[in-house]
Design a protein around this ligand. Structure first.
Ligand SMILES: [Zn+2]
Length: 137
């Protein structure tokens, strides 16, 4: 069986599964994951907003050590989304890392296996990979 790591991180759109954040109607800031109260202005009504699947690589690090359930080595990264937020992610399809991965490169979100749980279920989550389709705007 397959399941999502955190269902509340995702929403179904005509473009498939994408990440969902909240936008504060008072200060317009967007947050991910969803927040109940705006951490910035403590006011306003928060509404769900699907987040862009494309962004730009802000920073990354190649890790050879890490949580036992993750395949290693892995690349952890922050991606800038057009909504004005940074999202923590794993990078995938980025070998060889030293040649492929560049800060500022276009990346796109994919749904992929993150790990296997104790019951043997495939646990899916989001990752980003070097963009294969049209450029992020
Ligand atoms: Zn706010």
């Amino acid at each position: 069986m397959e399941k999502l790591l955190e269902e509340r991180w995702f929403t179904e759109t005509p473009d498939g599964l994408c990440l969902v954040g909240t936008r504060c109607m008072a200060c317009e800031k967007v947050f991910f994951p969803r927040k109940e109260v705006c951490p910035d202005c403590y006011e306003g009504v928060l509404v769900d907003v699907p987040l862009s699947k494309r962004g730009k690589l802000h920073a990354f690090t190649l890790s050879v050590m890490g949580p036992p359930h993750l395949d290693k080595p892995y690349v952890a990264a922050f991606v800038d989304l057009p909504e004005g937020i940074k999202v923590y992610t794993l990078l995938t399809d980025c070998e060889p890392v030293k040649e492929v991965v560049r800060v500022g490169m276009d990346v796109e979100m994919v749904i992929e296996r993150i790990m296997e749980d104790e019951a043997g279920n495939e646990v899916l989550g989001y990752k980003f990979r070097p963009s294969r389709t049209e450029k992020a705007s």
